[in-house]
Ligand binder design. Structure first.
Ligand code: G6P
Length: 478
């Protein structure tokens, strides 16, 4: 999502009663260092969180605390600076801190644990110590940016100790926390040796938001079991303070995606893709970070099944998988990549015909314009995570289908499935079920396709990312 699409009108719309200054604390800064004409400069990062939250921060000349995106030694030492009306407060991380805090505790302990323990979470005491240490550094950087009475919004699983650490440093703050990934069922969370510390860290907030009602319930139950917190699923009491808990499903900048989908340049690119892949073939698309939670390997397995049984052939359809490289230092990610690439090779080896590959595999980070061209070219989008906080790709596809065509096959274990009820919902563990759903998706009648897409577009248009940020901040400042 490009920041340029943020218009002045959007900014004017955002008045935040009761918020003089807003500070965001997130693992990454909203800017990244890019090279242009041989010179390095800062540029607003793409992505939903940044374009949703930045207008609020700009409006109240707030700050953003986060990691600049490179190991400390590989870039300049940074002091706070201002970028497009946002005061940027960098938290530098050394290579060792990245290995232990980011790749280790955040992405090899918490990430698998919070995603149903799809891969065994690794518990290492040295990683936990690094997590505590780095969370404290974020809290200290935030404390330097705020004044008593300010509002602070902390984001995601990398920073769950920051709410209570920050409250200790600056007692009179309004603190909100939003978890972008699922909060696991109590029995899975129970395995974490530091479960009480994590819960108490989060309970430093005044409001804790989750993607779904289930996530909010899981948290409240875990809080009652593993800490001294008491109360209901919606409100807990801890250390003499009330803490509100609730679902705040995140969304996308719908208008921005609609504008891109209407752009003649992107429509032309999509036409080009259709020509290249064969006008008579149905185009099936998968778009994911190359992450084992996304179910890419099982989805390909289901596609192989469809071809093996002759229910569809490479003359009927072609599968495109866009896989964005991610966290490549973590072993489970390397293993997943090997599995996916082996499966792609196997399918192509067995089923491709000259000029008709069964699967196109694109392992790269695509600019949003190219991604949009794929969305427009795809008859079917297949999003089948084994567990996913929300999945914004599903919403982006729906937003881009201006003519109400296109079929969405969606895992029932994605947060988005709670809202996009008119998708073809699948259990991604059920290979037979996925195979028959893929076949149905390709064969769905035009009438059915339109009816389903219309219903999903209504849902997505009603609740965009600005509404999401607005409703969270409004509740926080109530
Ligand atoms: C998920 C997390 C985010 C994270 C993103 C990309 O969406 O919820 O917090 O930023 O993945 O992962 P990365 O490790 O590259 O920041």
């Amino acid at each position: 999502m490009s920041p340029q699409a943020q218009t002045k009108t959007d900014l004017d719309r955002k008045s935040i009663p009761g918020v003089d200054r807003l500070t965001i604390v997130a693992n990454r800064l909203p800017v990244r260092r890019v090279e242009q004409g041989g010179r390095k400069r800062w540029q607003r990062s793409p992505g939903g969180l940044v374009s949703a939250v930045a207008p609020f921060v700009e409006r109240c000349h707030g700050s953003w605390v986060g990691w600049p995106g490179y190991p400390e030694k590989e870039g300049p030492a940074l002091k706070p600076f201002t970028h497009e009306d946002i005061s940027i407060r960098p938290v530098p991380l050394s290579q060792d801190e990245l290995d232990t805090f980011y790749y280790g505790f955040s992405n090899a302990t918490l990430w698998p644990l919070y995603h149903d323990a799809i891969r065994p979470p690794v518990f290492r005491r040295s990683w936990w110590r690094a997590y505590v240490h780095v969370n404290r550094r974020y809290a200290q950087a935030a404390a330097r940016a705020v004044e008593p009475g300010d509002t602070v919004w902390i984001h995601d699983y990398q920073l769950q100790l920051v709410p209570s650490m920050l409250r200790e440093l600056v007692p009179k703050l309004r603190i909100g926390f939003f978890l972008h990934i699922p909060f696991p069922p109590e029995e899975i969370f129970a395995r974490l040796p530091w479960r009480t510390q994590i819960i108490e860290g989060l309970l430093g907030s005044d409001l804790i938001g989750f993607q779904t009602k289930l996530g909010a319930q899981n948290f409240s139950r875990a809080a009652r079991r593993f800490s001294a917190a008491r109360g209901s699923d919606r409100q807990l009491d801890f250390s003499g303070r009330p803490i509100r808990v609730g679902p705040y499903p995140i969304s996308i900048d719908v208008k921005h995606y609609e504008q891109l989908a209407a752009s003649p340049e992107i429509i032309k690119r999509a036409e080009g893709l259709r020509d290249q892949m064969g006008r008579n073939r149905r185009v099936i698309l998968g778009v994911d970070r190359l992450d084992y939670t996304k179910g890419i390997d099982l989805r390909l397995r289901a596609f192989r099944d469809v071809l093996e049984r002759g229910r569809l052939s490479v003359r009927d359809c072609v599968f495109n998988q866009i896989a964005v490289p991610s966290r490549e230092q973590v072993e489970q990610y390397q293993e997943l990549r090997r599995n996916v690439e082996e499966e792609v090779g196997r399918i192509n080896g067995e089923f491709s015909e000259p000029g008709l590959p069964a699967v196109h595999y694109h392992r790269r980070n695509l600019p949003v314009e190219d991604l949009m061209a794929f969305y427009l070219a795809a008859d079917v989008l297949v999003i089948t995570p084994l567990r996913d906080g929300m999945n914004l790709v599903a919403k982006e596809y729906v937003a881009s289908r201006l003519d109400n065509t296109g079929v969405l096959v969606l895992s029932e274990f994605a947060g988005a499935a709670h809202e996009l009820r008119s998708a073809l919902l699948v259990n991604p563990y059920d290979i037979d079920g996925m195979a028959s759903t893929l076949e149905s998706a390709v064969r769905l009648s035009d009438r059915d396709v339109t009816r389903r897409m219309q219903a999903m577009r209504r849902v997505v248009k009603r609740h965009d990312v600005f509404k999401w940020a607005d409703s969270f901040i409004t509740e926080l400042t109530r």
